[in-house]
Design a binder for this molecule. Structure first.
Ligand code: SAM
Length: 243
């Protein structure tokens, strides 16, 4: 079956409305400090994935990447930066809509006072809008690996349509992933964990396997994971493989 045929197939999914293209949650936290404002004004534009190259995203990097990986909702950026450091030939697209999270990642890349001048990585690019818009704009079968680490759980049933793992969104994910590409998902929220099992158990775009209960090797830790472990919650770690 081709990817396009797959796209047309609607998985026998839980009975929820299609995910609307609307973002929930915070975009902005505390007022930005001057350093944070400089990071957004001077550093982010040098790292932002150029929307004009989305039809051929490899062109958006400072040099030619071996593969393209995409992280949705990087939070403070620990996982993105660790993956980028561990895989220096991969083109890494890291997305986050929360400004303070974006500042947190940027602050680890450039020293204070050098926001507009310090060199920035060739193979890291940032997307500061809704990751679903990026998924729609990227070509079919263009991404080799994707990460969704501890997404906002939206535990109330009436908010299920806000969850990133969603029957509508997994079709966007499936469209951009190459056959055999993996999608890593982690969550510590029991409602979300059950939801992932339900949604992914009802689709035929990805091969599924039972989740790990220990963080697998090669999965750098994240801030939310650390919070979950401190609070005694049990994270689950899935790997879904695009058919
Ligand atoms: C619970 S936090 C987890 C952050 C990080 N992955 C971690 O494990 O520490 C989820 C993050 O996803 C971001 N987010 C939610 N929906 C998003 C979307 N559609 N596109 C990009 N980022 C999104 C939120 O702003 C938030 O920072």
């Amino acid at each position: 079956m081709t990817a396009r045929q797959d796209d047309a197939a609607t998985p026998a999914a839980p009975d929820v409305k299609a995910s609307p293209d609307r973002l929930y949650g915070r975009h902005r936290g505390h007022p930005l400090r001057p350093r944070q404002q400089r990071l957004l004004d001077l550093t982010l534009p040098r790292l932002r994935l150029d929307p004009s190259v989305l039809a051929d995203p490899a062109r958006g990097f400072g040099r030619s990447p071996s593969e393209l990986w995409l992280e949705v909702g990087f939070g403070g950026g620990e996982h993105s930066l660790a993956q980028h450091a561990a895989h220096p030939d991969v083109g890494y697209i890291a997305s986050e809509v929360f400004e303070n999270g974006m500042c947190s990642l940027l602050s680890r890349l450039v020293p204070d006072g050098q926001e507009g001048t310090a060199p920035v990585p060739d193979l890291l690019r940032l997307w500061d809008e809704d990751a679903r818009a990026l998924l729609r704009a990227l070509p079919e079968q263009s991404i080799d690996r994707m990460f969704l680490m501890f997404p906002d759980p939206w535990p109330k049933a009436r908010h299920a349509k806000r969850r990133f793992v969603h029957p509508a969104t997994i079709q966007l994910v499936a469209r951009v992933l190459k056959p055999g590409a993996t999608w890593r998902v982690a969550s510590d929220d029991p409602t979300y964990q059950a939801w992932v099992e339900e949604v992914m158990g009802a689709q035929d775009l990805f091969d599924t396997a039972p989740p790990a209960t220990e963080r697998p090797e090669g999965w750098p830790p994240t801030r939310y994971e650390a919070k979950a472990l401190r609070a005694g919650r049990q994270p689950l770690y899935w790997v879904f493989t695009r058919r």
